[in-house]
Ligand binder design. Sequence first.
Ligand SMILES: Nc1ncnc2c1ncn2[C@@H]1O[C@H](COP(=O)(O)OP(=O)(O)OP(=O)(O)O)[C@@H](O)[C@H]1O
Ligand SMILES: [Mg+2]
Length: 486
Amino acid sequence: MTGSEEDGTGQSTFDEGVRSRVDETQSEAARNAVAGETDTDADGETAEGGTQRSIRDMLDDEGEASVFINRDLVEPDTIIDEERIVGRDDQLESVVSFLRPTLQGNRPPNMLLYGPAGTGKSLIIGAVTQQIIELYQSKGERFGVVDVNCQPINTLDQAVYELVQTVATDVDARVGVPETGVSTKCKYRRLYELINEHYDSVIFILDEIDLLVGRRANDEPAYSKLLYQLSRASNTNDIEGRVSVAALTNDPKFMEDIDGRAESSFNPRDVYFPDYDATQLREILENRRDAFRRDALEDDVIPLVAAFAAQSHGDARKAIDLFRGAGDLADDRRDGRVTEDHVRESQEEIDKDRSLKLVEGLTTQKKISLYATAVVACHSNRSRSSVPSPVGFKVYQWVTDQLDADQMTRETYVKYVKELSTYGLISTSRKSRGRGGGMYMEFTFTGDPEAMMDRIVDDTRLEAIASQDELLRTVVNSQLKEFHDQ
Ligand SMILES: Nc1ncnc2c1ncn2[C@@H]1O[C@H](COP(=O)(O)OP(=O)(O)OP(=O)(O)O)[C@@H](O)[C@H]1O
Ligand SMILES: [Mg+2]
């Protein structure tokens, strides 16, 4: 049986916890209690300032103890000044040269920005489009940047609605179309209407586009349809101004799954974002050193953070997270300086936390998908523990049969597992089976798949299966054999 797709609302986020605020009333009460014998006036203020500490003093004190002076600079979502961008000159130059025509009244080409996570795709397109917005404004014209992340979106219809919502929010207009109960066409119409009314020119930025697969198994993927519609919207006069589409993805072979029609209308200029090496990561971090107090970083800290991040695929986001994490740890312990030990411990914490939080927040179907994939990696007798998606899917089917649970399509299974690569738990690559054999995805766990399995088993019905090691080994290896013999 094929069950309904889950919407992924259980997806965990890695948002920082909200920092606790000083409760003024409580502090006031405490202050009065401490003041004790001191005279207080009607407002609760002491007559001559007293010896107790004001809220401001306490806050200042906290500031002094912290290793940070501008923690925002090491927050992942902070939009940094362009002087802080390093190591992406070629990509910056390409994106600028592709988008420059829009300033001269011409239509810019569409773009495909691809490369692994944390390599600056969103940063570069964001930095360039921000400057274009400002240049347009200075001419009294309006450049619309419609930026949507496709990861949580399941269908084409939802994607179009999301675009309408994004534009409406940007221009402070009514969404003007209901989320459900009207056709996708109707939503497109509202999108074009809003754009024509409010922008002279527009760029759609479709982040993580490869995850917008859509519901149906053997149909053209939703991203292909969306790219087709948007990239021809100016040819069909649906959009009157200049339009371009920038698709962002981690998947280097993304274009291979696009329908021929969509391919020829989208026809993007490629911009490749490779991994950063340790030297580049070091420079990126050096450029944010002023997040910390001048003397708060021991010499080895930045090189060590860069080295850890370079090991895990050269992801700048991870480097920045670790940098911040080490500072937070130093603060928690009131150590006053960040040391190599803080970096090491923080790296361990990040590894542990990531998988734990992520796994806890997954929907049951995602847990089963991940579990089945980890089972293959763990029990494979082969030297390489990477998991071909067709084998992972077979084991997923087997597990769902054992549990009498709903069974998703293979596309959905692949989508779920691929999503985990966004969090660095798994890396994915596309493999070919040779001539005429078609393509498949291959999954590799970046950490220990066994630890992952243990965590999933902790909070699902999988216990009964997990205890049958021998059986699992047999299922996995017979599926692997069948796959490789084909
Ligand atoms: N060249 C760079 N210089 C300075 N900071 C950078 C650079 N590249 C990335 N960063 C920082 O690293 C973080 C991740 O970058 P960004 O979001 O652009 O990556 P991405 O390629 O879009 O990743 P994903 O594929 O996961 O969406 C951001 O905080 C960004 O500011
Ligand atoms: Mg991005």
